[in-house]
Ligand binder design. Sequence first.
Ligand SMILES: Nc1ncnc2c1ncn2[C@@H]1O[C@H](COP(=O)(O)OP(=O)(O)O)[C@@H](O)[C@H]1O
Ligand SMILES: [Mg+2]
Length: 365
Amino acid sequence: MSTMAVALVAVLGFLWVCLLSRKKTGVNYEKMDKQTLPDGAKLVTYQWNLPYSSGEIIRRLELLDEEDVVGCGGFGTVYKMVMDDGTAFAVKRIDLNRERRDKTFEKELEILGSIRHINLVNLRGYCRLSTAKLLIYDFMELGSLDSYLHGDAQEDQPLNWNARMKIALGSARGLAYLHHDCSPGIVHRDIKASNVLLDRCLEPRVSDFGLARLLVDNETHVTTVVAGTFGYLAPEYLQNGHSTEKSDVYSFGVLLLELVTGKRPTDSCFLSKGLNIVGWLNTLSGEHRLEEILDERSGDAEVEAVEGILDIAAMCTDADPGQRPSMGAVLKMLEEEILSPCLSELYYEQHLELCILTALPLSSF
Ligand SMILES: Nc1ncnc2c1ncn2[C@@H]1O[C@H](COP(=O)(O)OP(=O)(O)O)[C@@H](O)[C@H]1O
Ligand SMILES: [Mg+2]
């Protein structure tokens, strides 16, 4: 009997130790997996670990070449990396001349790697090789909104009004999460159509936190260097280099205008008149020339719905940052506008239809 009791205590003790050690390896960013490998290479995988050996990841990274390039941006080249099990990741190769920002860069990455939201692109890992720094992200099959809105995809399967609204709503959710739910809040700084990526159901995900900076103690980050993309930048950010949540709201307003008009913020039709997209819209809206504003490829859109979105975009792009709504307020307005009871049925029907349609040509990606 006493032997049984001893055995029972031993088993319970063993289970207790197992439980404690499970807790220690719990998933959060402080417990991310860091490995220093031969040749001074370093591999860090965040929160949702990449379920591959470091050997396989490094081997795949080293095999990337020109054929795998999916795009090029201000920070370097983006590759598609396919693992042995067929899962794809996007790898962003950072230019080595940014080496001096190493320490803060890696610290910020730890925080960015901890952020998870359905409308944000997950940062899965970071690898420093002797020749490059590589960021590993989830791969988004449909690429960027920019290429979908202005590139070849637009010809094959134009984005209709409901799809555009779904993208506006999801992007607003991602951005509002960065501003209001991360602590400290994160200013994106480079909201633009090429930083809104689309999954196979056209669910948008805001990407590229390379330019984002953390707000410390509610103080606005100040920089003398303007990071961002021409056409999307708030006037005050252009003038004094102060980037705030409100300058993100401005860029988001420009994105809304881009979705409604199908025009890039640098389109020659208004630049040649000395206007930006905001000034151009203000002129046309004042004259009630809605038919010139709306992208004809977006199909049948209710006049009131278009006007509602233009009103929200106008608030976001107010020249005075103090007058702009917060991203939380923008999201609420969009939800009221887009998900009103009668529209929601249409929205979900369309959503289902788009998923079916977009699932077909995916094998070619
Ligand atoms: N996670 C990703 N999944 C799929 N494609 C991506 C991903 N990240 C970036 N891309 C593609 O690579 C291009 C270049 O990206 P990036 O370097 O961030 O520059 P930019 O945002 O200025 O376009 C993007 O426009 C997009 O087409
Ligand atoms: Mg980008």
